[in-house]
Ligand binder design. Structure first.
Ligand SMILES: Nc1nc2c(ncn2[C@@H]2O[C@H](COP(=O)(O)OP(=O)(O)OP(=O)(O)O)[C@@H](O)[C@H]2O)c(=O)[nH]1
Length: 396
């Protein structure tokens, strides 16, 4: 081999060896620097770190406590604490009926539209007026009120000589409002007297919606910023006290209850005592459903009221009536009114019937105002009764 070629090969090999050495050195000195940027850490937030770790990363926790367990242990789930029941904040009573107006419009529109169609007939002859009266009676408004409405309408239509739809609608609105009573005092007495809470008793026959109304009323009051104690004096139906407990827990209202079969008067008495002790604004007592025809049970209701009165005056006795029961509801109302001096009506299930005229009839028969109306099964579907919203929903 030529000596020059040999020397060249040696020089090339030597140069390659030196180059390779520096290349390896340079690579190994960059690698730690890359490690310092910790790419694993930047990817980690995908798995949400425990709160304390997060705060530490953000600098909120300056250094780990001396007793801090290794990172792997921190990630272990802590033993679950029993979740505190969530207290709800129901909407206030004001404007509730307006919010529920669509329900009314749905259930009562056939009644209202029937009347308006008849009134806009080409000729308002005897037959048409009779049909108008029948429509009113079918809606459970009662014969006396139906006759009055028709007589007044006939006179006013004749005197004014009007057949304009809007004007006739206005006349009908006036007549219906007159029958419902716009000046009637419909306030539910819930204000405490000095150191004593207001006491409300809820009464009625089975299944009308007493327990539901008690729970819904508690929500109305809590929504208005009141403190409430509930008394589960329906000791006859075991589920009623459970049901009331659920309503109470949802809004943080204590529920006084006893075993099934306990004396309802003693539960009611204890509930009022608890209300006084807690400085509550209002005590609402749910009573067992009873047939108005069962004298013994009706006497028992009178006793509950008398026993409560030993502790505090009873401000309201609300009779819960199911709007869908029509004339039967009226019969019930009469008997209850004799036994416990009913001060107001809570008319439930008005969302399920077109016979809203029962409001007029029950007020006329009992001389007691409808104060609350139930417009659905939802927890906030109870509203203070507003005649104008009611009539407008019928006629819209
Ligand atoms: N659609 C509708 N349903 C209602 C209304 N109010 C109550 N209800 C329903 O009526 C049913 C009976 O209600 P409860 O409150 O259990 O009746 P109660 O009078 O306490 O029953 P007893 O304890 O057996 O006398 C339930 O299914 C309620 O959801 C309402 O305004 N509208």
């Amino acid at each position: 081999m030529d000596i020059t070629l040999l020397v060249s090969i040696i020089v090339v090999v030597a140069l390659l060896a030196v180059g390779g050495f520096f290349l390896v050195r340079t690579r190994s000195s960059v690698a730690p620097g890359k490690e310092e940027t910790k790419p694993e850490v930047t990817q980690e937030p995908k798995a949400a770190p425990p709160q304390e770790d997060r705060e530490r990363e953000e600098g909120a926790v300056s250094k780990p406590p001396a007793h801090a367990p290794p990172a792997r242990d921190t990630a272990a789930p802590a033993p679950a604490e029993p979740a505190a029941p969530e207290i709800e904040t129901p909407p206030p009573s004001a404007g509730r009926m307006v919010r529920l107006r669509a329900r009314l419009a749905r259930s009562q529109s056939s009644f209202g539209q029937g009347l308006l169609t008849l009134l806009s007939a080409k000729t308002l002859d005897e037959d048409t007026w009779e049909e108008i009266e029948d429509t009113l009676i079918t809606a459970d408004i009662g014969v006396t009120s139906a006759t009055q409405i028709v007589e007044n309408l006939r006179t006013r239509v004749k005197v004014l000589g009007t057949r304009d739809t809007e004007e006739v609608r206005g006349l009908l609105r006036d007549e219906l409002l007159k029958q419902l009573g716009t000046d009637t005092d419909r306030v539910v007495r819930t204000e405490p007297h000095g150191d004593r809470p207001a006491v409300i008793m809820i009464v009625g026959v089975n299944g009308t919606g007493k327990t539901t109304t008690t729970g819904k009323l508690a929500r109305v009051l809590v929504g208005d910023g009141r403190s409430v104690v509930l008394g589960a004096a329906d000791t006859f139906r075991a589920a009623a006290s459970e049901q009331l407990q659920t309503w109470g827990s949802r809004v943080g209202a204590p529920v006084v209850r006893k075993d099934e079969g306990a004396d309802p008067a003693s539960v009611a008495f204890d509930a009022v005592a608890r209300g006084i002790e807690d400085g509550a604004d209002t005590v609402i007592i749910d009573t067992a459903g009873r047939l108005h025809t069962k004298t013994g049970l009706m006497d028992e209701l009178g006793k509950v009221k008398r026993v409560v009165e030993k502790k505090s005056q009873v401000d309201e006795v609300l009779l819960v009536l199911d709007a869908t029961t029509g004339q039967n509801g009226l019969r019930q109302a009469r008997v209850f009114a004799e036994v416990v001096n009913v001060t107001g009506i809570a008319l439930t299930k008005l969302d399920g019937t077109a016979k809203g005229g029962i409001i007029v009839q029950v007020q006329r028969e009992l001389g007691v105002p409808v104060k609350l109306v139930g417009l659905g099964e939802g927890p906030d579907d109870l509203a203070p009764f507003d005649p104008e919203v009611f009539v407008d929903a019928i006629l819209d």
